[in-house]
Design a protein around this ligand. Structure first.
Ligand SMILES: Cc1cc2nc3c(=O)[nH]c(=O)nc-3n(C[C@H](O)[C@H](O)[C@H](O)COP(=O)(O)OP(=O)(O)OC[C@H]3O[C@@H](n4cnc5c(N)ncnc54)[C@H](O)[C@@H]3O)c2cc1C
Length: 368
């Protein structure tokens, strides 16, 4: 029977980054990925790196700012080692307010972030229009996070997989059906072609993670559908990333990427009229030029975000089964957290420790 140091279950962005980071530390890695599944999150993602815009709780904000700041050097490294450009772009993101109550909330948030040592500005409406001519004429100002940005999530996944393979990892185009354990240790995984023995196993199968059998505990990860659309970017409008209330317009190559819905629709990843109407309404409010003649719809799609009850990912060891690791439940900001997750998992496997505070991300935190 073939034996490896590490099996990674799932070759989305998170699994790919875990595999690459482990391979860089000299481990022999097998990545099991049958798809990607048409509903997978990573290919569907907008790829925003927006910790200061989507600031969750304090734990998530600190983690995700650190995660964001890993991408500038990583983009260069991946370009050098694989030739793949991951589209890292750091123009800053503006979160627009449309009334005085929102404006006050965002002003307070900007002040809080500055107090926490982060760069963050409040822009009055005239400054917004000066910077981004064509942005919402009725806006009441914006929180501007100059260090937030975006990347191309498909390119990120491709580059991490390519780098992992360059370092000797193998990609197995099949699904893992079960994790095998014995005497409190993980021993390998089962797939259609049989058993693969492995010292370590990382579960990184997005919304499908809880479906792998043999896990020692229920994994509280549920699908939250996000619908997206892309149009051409309106001519003569400067490229930007504009945000309001979970809706956004983001320039990627020649396109405007418009998102997104947050829907509990089980594993249904269809695009709906209702979802698209919501996205287009929000996007046109942010950038009215999107409704002008000549701006053509290019594509629409949807994906399933793997979401936990507290919105934080599950990253770290299983508390009872040695050498079983979780990298799942990354929710709305999983691309942002991808590179950090890979480093944490690879450090835990090879050094037994990480300097990232992962206690709040424990796998058993939802258990009574
Ligand atoms: C519409 C949308 C917009 C988003 N926008 C952003 C954003 O702007 N910024 C951001 O940071 N995040 C964003 N996200 C969230 C982010 O995309 C996810 O958190 C992240 O991609 C999760 O990655 P993953 O690798 O865990 O999951 P996935 O990408 O879903 O990958 C899981 C993989 O596991 C495979 N798999 C399933 N079952 C098995 C099995 N049994 N064996 C082996 N493999 C298996 C699947 O085929 C799949 O490829 C968005 C998500 C969506 C849906």
């Amino acid at each position: 029977m073939k034996s490896v140091d590490l099996v990674v279950i799932g070759g989305g962005a998170v699994g790919a980054a875990c595999a690459r980071a482990a391979a860089l530390r000299g481990l022999e890695v097998a990545i099991f990925e049958p798809g990607p599944d048409p509903a997978a999150a990573s290919p569907a993602s907008a790829g925003m790196l927006a910790p200061q815009i989507e600031a969750g709780d304090d734990v998530l904000l600190a983690l995700s700012v650190r995660a964001r700041d890993m991408y500038e050097p990583l983009a260069l490294r991946l370009q050098e080692s694989t030739g793949i450009t991951i589209g890292f772009w750091r123009p800053g993101i503006a979160s627009l307010a449309f009334d005085e109550v929102e404006a006050q909330r965002l002003k307070d948030a900007a002040a809080q972030q500055r107090q926490a040592g982060l760069r963050c500005d409040w822009l009055e409406a005239d400054e917004v229009h000066e910077r981004w001519p064509g942005a919402a004429p009725d806006c009441a100002g914006a929180l501007f996070a100059p260090e937030d940005g975006a990347l191309d999530p498909q390119a990120l996944t491709r580059a991490c997989l390519a780098d992992a393979r360059r370092l000797g990892s193998t990609l197995r185009a099949e699904a893992v059906t079960a994790v095998e354990t014995a005497d409190g240790f993980v021993t390998g995984v089962v797939s259609a072609s049989g058993k693969t023995a492995s010292e370590h196993v990382v579960l990184a199968a997005g919304v499908w993670s809880p479906r792998v059998s043999g896990l020692p505990r229920p994994l509280l990860v549920e699908p939250v559908r996000g619908q997206m659309a892309a149009t051409t970017w309106p001519a003569t409008t400067p490229r930007a990333i504009l945000y309001h209330d979970h809706g956004y317009v983001l320039a990627r190559a020649a396109d405007a990427v418009l998102g997104s819905t947050m829907e509990r629709a089980g594993f249904d990843c269809r695009v709906t009229n209702d979802g698209l109407a919501q996205i287009f309404r929000g996007a046109v409010r942010l950038l009215p030029a999107l409704a002008s003649q000549g701006v053509a719809v290019q594509r629409m799609w949807a994906g399933l975000r793997p979401v936990t009850p507290d919105g934080r990912p599950i990253i770290g060891p299983d508390p009872e089964i040695a050498r079983l690791w979780y990298a799942a439940g990354h929710g709305r900001n999983g691309i942002l957290l991808t590179a950090l997750t890979g480093e944490v998992i690879a450090d835990l496997i090879t050094r037994g420790e990480t300097d990232v505070g992962i206690e709040p991300l424990r796998a058993d935190r939802f258990q009574p």
